[in-house]
Design a protein around this ligand. Structure first.
Ligand code: GLU
Length: 304
């Protein structure tokens, strides 16, 4: 096995020296105040060994990484009905784009762009009386962390300026693809995006996708087939209109969030999470992308 601890330290030193250019997300006021120099990385192997560097124990807003957990919850319960309401193709557009929705009659391209995740939220809302508690319990079960919760301040601050996501909801409601009250859907969405986790917690949560749908205790949460599909979606759609570039440079299924986090897996080998708040122009953590590129280059462990 590679000496992952030494490799993470080497990556940390290189990222600090290179300081790739980026800006902390400011369109959600609650995210704007985060210190740009924070950096953490945590890697968990399939054998259960854990390695970390930097601020890997600090919790941060996972934002869009939550979208992987939302679709996982749907697939772990209701399964395939969701696919008549959201597609599985990369969008090639920014995460908050409205343009494709009109052409495609209110059916979002995939569950990892905002419109797609809003439909998945709506789907969960039709299943449960208290979808937020159900979802938090699902995340607690997968992560093994009983007190995972969301940041009310960040949720409120996103909710205040959620004009574009509300526009998408209105649009999709008009096409008949949102079944619940749009205000209730946006409140649920903003809460689940503001869940806080550390790199360690995130890497342990994503072990589900490294382990082909199985938890550490052997419980099969997702079938092998569904876990495969989620990994395929992460590879093709996990980084918005930079998904091709991420596959090209890093070569791992993964998902980013505008809080600066990225979770990625090499199925059967490791689960890794990295966090650095400044984002590149596509909305992905600039140092996070570099760190994962260095990881797969140094260890020769992309999936390709
Ligand atoms: N909550 C964010 C939004 O809807 C998520 C975006 C992201 O992390 O990419 O804008």
């Amino acid at each position: 096995m590679p000496d992952y601890q030494a490799i993470l330290e080497e990556i940390h030193a290189k990222v600090v020296a290179e300081r790739p250019e980026g800006r902390v997300a400011s369109y959600i006021p609650g995210l704007a105040k985060i210190h740009p120099d924070l950096f953490g990385m945590h890697l968990l192997t399939a054998e259960g060994e854990e390695f970390s560097v930097g601020d890997s124990d600090e919790t941060f807003s996972i934002q869009s990484i939550t979208k992987v957990l939302l679709i996982s919850m749907v697939l772990s319960t209701q399964g395939r009905k969701i696919w008549s309401r959201v597609g599985v193709e990369p969008s090639g557009d920014p995460f908050n784009s409205l343009v494709q929705l009109e052409h495609e009659r209110g059916i979002p391209r995939n569950p990892f762009i905002n419109s797609g995740a809003l439909v998945v939220c709506d789907f969960l809302m039709s299943l449960y009386d208290d979808p937020l508690s159900e979802f938090l319990n699902f995340v607690r079960r997968i992560s093994g962390v009983p007190d995972i919760s969301f940041d009310r301040f960040v949720a409120k601050s996103e909710r205040k300026v959620a004009y574009r996501n509300l526009a998408m909801l209105n649009f999709m409601k008009d096409f008949g693809n949102i079944h619940n009250d749009i205000i209730a859907v946006i409140d649920f969405y903003c809460a689940v995006c503001s869940i806080r986790m550390s790199c360690g917690e995130l890497a342990r949560t994503f072990a589900l996708f490294m382990n082909h749908g199985k938890l550490g205790n052997g419980e099969q949460i997702l079938s092998v087939r569904r876990a495969k599909r989620i990994n395929a979606l992460m590879l093709t759609c996990g980084f918005y209109d930079e998904s091709g570039e991420f596959a090209f440079r890093v070569g791992l299924p993964g998902k980013s969030g505008v809080g600066g986090g990225i979770a990625a897996v090499n199925p059967g080998k490791y689960s890794v999470a990295v966090w650095s708040p400044p984002l590149n122009e596509k909305g992905n953590s600039a140092a996070g992308c570099l760190a994962l590129e260095l990881l797969t280059d140094i260890t020769g462990t992309s999936i390709f």
